[in-house]
Design a protein around this ligand. Structure first.
Ligand code: NCD
Length: 473
């Protein structure tokens, strides 16, 4: 099977089976790094890093060199025409005419998707703001697979900055697809964004449990804690809430403890970094004495600051430098696959596989709603000129839209139907989005507004259901 010309923007661009195939090829690459030097000869990779990077950028560039290809790169936005107000779509078109593959890191959420939409060559997301970082997830999963021989049904703890940590978001989605139980322990005010939690529930069939007042928890330094369980047998039903005793669960041990640094560069004022540092989880020798961590892999995407003590570096459970080192064969495998220099085997993936729900109707009318996430690529001045806001309609009761660029959700207040007025201006009416009228409008005729002002500007008048929530009895 060929993966030629595909892009990797979100971890869900790869199926579980494809992830396994990337891993088999990475095994092959790491056993024979010096023999790969003609695989991508003559090919050029553009490496566009508009945020700081050490591991990701250097491992991508080293990977391309090891494959015999060459690299052109930009590491400062100030040195490109983006600083002159050029859109990233224009940049993508141009770079796509010089290079065979593009790797991009950018502070705006959804930027990699825009580049992939316009470049005409495969694009790899090396981190788009606080959204996703799928190739780090490949390194993380590969490390776990190497150490544990399986990715199925693991118990993983994600600690630290779960709000802004893009590696956390991609990893949580992938773990859910392998049927993991994921425990979250955020720094204060740094919990998993609601839209990520809801996606884990809605798309992956996760079941959320909140454990707040567990006896002895504070003392053991493991709470507050939320957990998401994924039940492979019934991926999209929220029935069968498992009968969980968190203490018994923890005693059985955690397979991996993944901690991240506070992503200071993404904090929104007025919250200061030092306030958030108070009570931020720290992984150190003392913590690892706990019996639940006896066989735990200690993981971190790096760079670390204070959340991961240097004293545990020599501990055999510490995996973070291995995670970084696996970046080379993983990225070699990925580049070779996307350039069509290698094909993936067709071996069946055995074991647990949750196929995420992706077939939501898409809302992409010109008029109407915009993404409310200020960091979304679709909300930027330079990009608004051409990006049409697009959303997946992920729920109807209430109406919830998910931005296709950044995944943030919005609950728009007003709706109308393009069919009911049959083009007659007088008949144009808008309704409250939580009135039962919503159920009567087919998604292809649905028009959604952010405000009454907008609805009126489009020539719609308030209906009798515009201001009251009328629920069907
Ligand atoms: C991470 C990133 O850039 O999101 N680093 C990396 O790619 N290994 C994590 C971080 O910066 O904290």
């Amino acid at each position: 099977m060929s993966m030629e010309n595909r892009s990797l923007v979100t971890i869900d661009d790869l199926s579980n089976q494809e992830i396994m195939s990337v891993f088999s090829l990475a095994d092959e690459m790491s056993d024979s790094i010096m023999e790969q030097s003609s695989l991508c000869q003559g090919k050029i990779m553009a490496s566009l890093f508009f945020e700081p990077s050490t591991r990701t950028r250097l491992s991508f560039e080293a990977a391309m060199h090891r494959l015999g290809g060459s690299v052109i790169s930009v590491a400062e936005m100030q040195n490109t025409s983006l600083a002159k107000g050029e859109s990233i779509a224009d940049m993508a078109r141009v770079v796509g005419s010089y290079a065979d593959i593009i790797v991009i890191r950018h502070p705006w959420e959804g930027a990699a998707k825009v580049v992939a939409d316009y470049a005409g060559v495969p694009v790899i997301n090396a981190g788009d703001g606080g959204h996703e970082h799928p190739t780090q997830t490949l390194c993380d999963l590969y490390t776990i697979k190497k150490e544990r021989q399986t990715l199925d049904g693991l118990k993983i703890a994600l600690w630290g900055d779960l709000k802004y940590g893009r590696t956390i978001h991609s990893l949580a989605y992938a773990l859910a697809r392998f049927g993991a139980t994921i425990h979250f322990r955020p720094g204060s005010g740094l919990g998993l964004p609601e839209h990520v939690t809801r996606k884990l529930i809605r798309d992956y069939g996760g079941i959320l449990e909140r454990f707040n007042n567990i006896e002895g928890a504070e003392k053991e330094n493991i709470f507050p804690l939320d957990a998401i369980y994924v039940t492979p047998s019934e991926p999209h039903q929220l029935t069968n809430i498992p009968d969980v005793n968190i203490q018994i669960e923890l005693e059985k041990g955690i397979d991996a403890l993944y901690v991240t640094r506070l992503q200071k560069e993404r904090l929104e004022s007025p919250v200061t970094g030092s306030e958030l540092e108070k009570g931020y989880p720290v992984v150190n020798r003392k913590l690892l004495k706990g019996k639940q961590f006896k066989r735990t892999l200690v993981m971190h995407p790096l760079p670390r600051v204070d959340e991961l003590a240097y004293e545990i570096d020599a501990d055999p459970r510490s995996m973070y430098f291995k995670q970084a080192a696996w970046g080379l064969p993983i990225r070699m495998a990925l580049i070779a696959l996307l350039l069509g220099a290698k094909q993936v085997g067709v071996s069946e993936k055995k074991g647990l596989t949750i196929t995420p729900k992706i077939d939501y109707p898409v809302y992409d009318r010109d008029s109407g709603v915009t993404c409310k996430n200020k960091k979304c690529v679709s909300a930027q001045q330079t990009e608004m000129r051409y990006i049409k806001p697009m959303f997946k309609i992920v729920a109807n009761k209430p109406l919830i839209l998910r931005c296709i660029y950044c995944d943030h959700e919005t609950q728009p207040p007003y709706i109308a139907s393009s069919k009911w007025h049959s083009g007659i201006l007088e008949k144009r009416r808008y309704y409250s989005s939580d009135s039962y009228i919503l159920e009567r409008i087919k998604s292809e005729y649905l028009i959604i507004f952010d405000s009454e002002k907008e609805a009126q500007a489009e020539g719609y008048k308030p209906s009798e259901y515009a201001h009251i929530s009328v629920k069907k009895q």
